[in-house]
Design a binder for this molecule. Structure first.
Ligand code: FMN
Length: 350
């Protein structure tokens, strides 16, 4: 099913060339100031337009359908919808029988017995991330004063972004890249030791984003090449602040109060102009496919805001869970404060 989260729960709906697409967020606390204009800045950051992104232009005007009254969230499910205004579905007609290598055409065909909406990649389009970005705007308000930021570290393994993009366009090909996300002013104590670990939840939502191929926290795979004395983060302050941050702000699945850091690998878009071989599922014969239509040569250019939003959704959920936990364990907290007032619980209270 297409829902994610426990107390801040998002459900994505729509298709790339359908009437509209968006997101419903259940569990938004009542009383948060919210208007349609609040979404514009982040939605603009996701839009195409830069060299290396799809020529498809969409206005992406958000409409609040439910969950807000007189400028404040009501606590009821909150739906944000954007209408699709600029689809050219004819470009996808031939893909009905000839699935693109590396895309979801074949797998969607199998799973939905051929009924999946193929137009513009349907529900598998990168356009679906619009809903995530919209939910991220609300999540960031829930998470205040946390600060979410993402940036491109490399494209096609290089820091010369302009050259890589130019060369990929000239070659009729596509490129991927690595995006780093940081979260500052994080409360300590968020997350669970096992299945609900902060890394598991962030990985879950990040791998839900189309075109993600990997994720690492803190030093990630480089940790395997280090010794303990290099990798350990010395705790230097009573609030848990560490001298270094090799573990990326998470220990035992729980935030330590230090900056949370992770990097995600984005693959090159599968829709490229170069001819590729694929099977025709009607004839069973291998055919040469040249993909037409409007595509992103460099998906990572559009990813930073998507990853910020995805992280904010996870942290909004974790924060609401932490508040519920603190409320339901009030007597234990009171007892600890009386017996050991110095043990730091006070500082974790929000
Ligand atoms: C913002 C964004 C834009 C994307 N644009 C394209 C595109 O123009 N062409 C394409 O083939 N894939 C594009 N993708 C990737 C596909 O949606 C994705 O590869 C496909 O759904 C298959 O999923 P997978 O790559 O995770 O296996 C985009 C993804 C994102 C997040």
């Amino acid at each position: 099913m297409n829902s994610f989260g426990t107390l801040f729960r998002v459900t994505i709906f729509g298709e790339s060339h359908g009437k509209a697409l968006g997101i419903t967020v259940d569990g938004v606390p009542p009383g948060i100031e919210l208007k349609e204009d609040d979404f514009l800045r982040d939605l603009k950051r996701r839009k195409a337009g830069k060299k290396g992104t799809t020529p498809r232009k969409e206005p992406d005007i958000p409409q609040i359908i439910s969950g807000v009254h007189e400028g404040f969230t009501t606590g009821a499910p909150l739906t944000i919808l954007c209408r699709n205004e600029n689809s050219r579905s004819g470009d996808y007609e031939k893909l009905k029988d000839i699935p693109r290598p590396g895309h979801a055409d074949f797998t969607a065909g199998v799973k939905y017995f051929g009924f999946a909406d193929r137009r513009g990649s349907g529900h598998f389009s990168g356009r679906m991330t619009l809903g995530l970005v919209a939910a991220g705007v609300i999540a960031k308000k829930v998470c205040r004063p946390m600060i979410f930021s993402s940036r491109i570290l490399s494209l096609h393994g290089s820091s010369d972004f302009d050259r890589e993009i130019r060369e990929a366009i000239d070659a009729g090909d596509s490129i991927g890249g690595i995006i780093e996300t940081t979260v500052d002013k994080v409360d300590p104590g968020l997350g669970e030791p096992f299945f609900g670990s902060v890394e598991s939840l962030l990985s879950h939502i990040v791998f839900s984003i189309p075109a993600i191929r990997g994720i690492e926290f803190g030093d990630g795979f480089r940790a395997a090449e280090m010794r303990g004395c290099e990798h350990n983060d010395s705790i230097v302050e009573i609030d848990g602040k560490t001298e270094t941050n090799h573990s990326g702000g998470i220990n035992g699945g729980i935030t330590s109060g230090n900056q949370v850091v992770f990097r995600a690998a984005v693959k090159p878009a599968s829709s490229i102009s170069l001819p590729q071989n694929t099977i025709n599922v009607s004839t069973g014969k291998i055919e040469e496919l040249t993909i037409e239509g409007r595509h992103d040569v460099c998906i990572p250019l559009r990813m930073p805001i998507v990853l910020e939003a995805a992280s904010a959704i996870v942290f909004a959920d974790l924060l609401l869970q932490r508040r519920a936990y603190l409320l339901s364990h009030e007597s234990a907290i009171r007892k600890t404060r009386q017996e050991r007032p110095e043990n730091g619980l006070e500082r974790n209270k929000r």
